[in-house]
Design a binder for this molecule. Sequence first.
Ligand SMILES: [Zn+2]
Length: 569
Amino acid sequence: MIISIEELKKLLINNNLIDENTFTEVYQEAKKLNLNILDILFNKRLLDKEYYANILSNYLGVKRINLKNLSIPTKVLKLIPEKIALDKKIIPFKDDGEILHLAMVNPVDYETISLIANLTHKKIEPYLILEDEMRLGLIFYQKIYKEEYEELLKIEVSKIENISNLNEEAQNVSAIKIINNILNYAVGLNASDIHIEIFYEYSLIRFRVDGILKEIMKLPKIIHSSLIARIKILSNLQIDEHFRPQDGRFKTKIGDFEFDVRVSIIPTLYGEKAVLRLLASTFKPTSLSDLGLNEYHENLLIKAIKKSYGMIISTGPTGSGKTTTLYTILQILNSPEINICTIEDPIEYELNRINQMQVNTKINLTFAEGLRSLLRQDPNIIMVGEIRDYETADIAIQAALTGHLILSTLHTNDAISSIPRLLDLNIPKYLIASTLSVVIAQRLVRKICLNCIYSSELKTYQLETIKEQLIKDGLSEEEANNYDIPHYVFKGKGCDLCNYSGYHGRSGIFELFFIDDDLADYLSKRDFNLVEFKNLLKNKNYKTMFQDGLDKLSVGITTLEEILRVIRE
Ligand SMILES: [Zn+2]
């Protein structure tokens, strides 16, 4: 925030926008959820966004601009590279030739103003935008990519369609251009996967964006085999092999960013299908609160990672964000005095100063073998991609017991099930009690698009669904009835900026417990009983993923449908 919390309080109270009690209450809530107080005030309709923006711009003595109803010419946007725009939280929106009109989250940041003046050789006229409107601005940048690549692809495709007997060489040239454009386009849309598939009548391109597959375009069938051949060349696969599945990878640079592309090709009815997974080459550091952890969860996790030994387990199905969470923890711990190594399958991102080893079953380099050799490398912290057999679990536990911090994942649906899972792997209870520090379970929910968010009263059937789920989570009927369920919920109407999905970006919902003395005592002395253990946790403010989701529902981060979708998946 560009003004301090005290200034904000004064500004709001002096303008009769809020009373002191409400402010304090919301401030506490914001702290608890690790959110910006303004976001909560806006979403709960305690403060009108436009009104606040006007008051703030008066206070700062700058003009106000609302990007919402603006169309920004591409050539104006291109005056400032997206990376700088993102970094400095600015969006150029009008160019008078002499004067560049610049929307800024902090319009009194004179350093940035002079930087942009130097960069563009123009006088800068700063305007105030609010933090969340910045996201809107970045969607403008994304739209440039989209338009450009769509146009280029259309040109290539029409070439193929117009020449009926396109020779092989021309096809290959087209294929190179199309694959390049598809990659650029996918990055512009923030897609995680590209599907290139073939059906009876056409070849189909789909992207996975925010976890959901979307049809992007149909291409003429004739080009399909050239596209697959191009991908095989890029990833060093056998071009003449059409009947066996093949896996590979390649690196590519798009704009300023390097990407690892993981390739999988399989034979299907009408030809081969390729799936390309896009991974930013170097891990983009995020904070724990950016992942969506609330303050309480963050504190417990920090407590666990500050210990120089023990085990941190992250659970959830594939695509739930558990690896990203572990990478974020490694990034927090990463410092020159500490030796961090990993054994992974596959290595998803390259991490600076961290020794990453890839599982290779062909030479018997399994998780267990890898872990064994890493222990001879004088490590402080080890990440083991996954624990799925007794051998790996046993070595990991021994390492955690002897002064190493071990991070790993388990395939369980919720956090509590990790304990019976470890027991199933024949790990004795007393060892679990003395090594396990924290277990995190998580899912990713899509966030509501801030450009088209609206609120509505919670419907009776929704209230019933929430109570049902709470009871499934282990609450009694009485507890479910007394639960603090939000009266208002939010949704995105769907707009140009979110491709009419109503969603933009993703956040985690979490459940997390820390093994304190109490729980360790229970684990080592008593026979493990799921219900008893749940009751113990309940007394320690334990919240299930669904309950964490409800907190996020009440402040307009996501929808009830979305929470239920990921929890029931
Ligand atoms: Zn929208």
